[in-house]
Design a protein around this ligand. Structure first.
Ligand SMILES: [Zn+2]
Length: 134
């Protein structure tokens, strides 16, 4: 079992922005990956290029900027987050394809107020326990 450690303020901000948006919101989780889990130090919101309530995509140039920011701050991109509008926080078919490309932690929040983190390993979705830090 691996864990995703995230500060309450960060999780709250993602949930809050998700609830205020009619389209999926998205961004990156920056931090460090250790043996027992992912430690989120910073969250970076990006635009949803598709502006859609059912899918998201981040512009490659914006992704590059986040990579550079992470490098400057000596952090890694340990995950991706996005929201689901009025449906549960489980990965969609399209998310699975994305998870195959981005083999890091996927934090999904629902505008219904729930959230979960997932990892694709050996072609299977594994849920990672989210530990909220005060
Ligand atoms: Zn999704």
């Amino acid at each position: 079992m691996r864990f995703l450690y995230i500060k309450r303020v960060h999780l709250y901000e993602i949930l809050q922005r998700a609830k205020e948006s009619n389209v999926e919101i998205c961004g990156f989780l920056l931090g460090q990956e250790h043996e027992d889990g992912f430690f989120v130090e910073e969250i970076v919101f990006t635009k949803n290029k598709l502006n859609s309530p059912v899918e998201f995509e981040v512009d490659p140039l914006e992704t590059l900027e986040v990579f550079q920011k992470a490098e400057t701050e000596e952090l890694e991109i340990i995950g991706i987050f996005h929201s689901h509008v009025n449906c549960p926080h489980y990965p969609s078919g399209k998310d699975l394809k994305g998870m195959d490309l981005w083999r890091n932690a996927w934090l999904i929040v629902s505008t219904l107020g729930t959230y979960g983190a997932f990892l694709l390993k050996d072609g299977e979705i594994k849920e990672i326990r989210v530990v909220v830090l005060d």
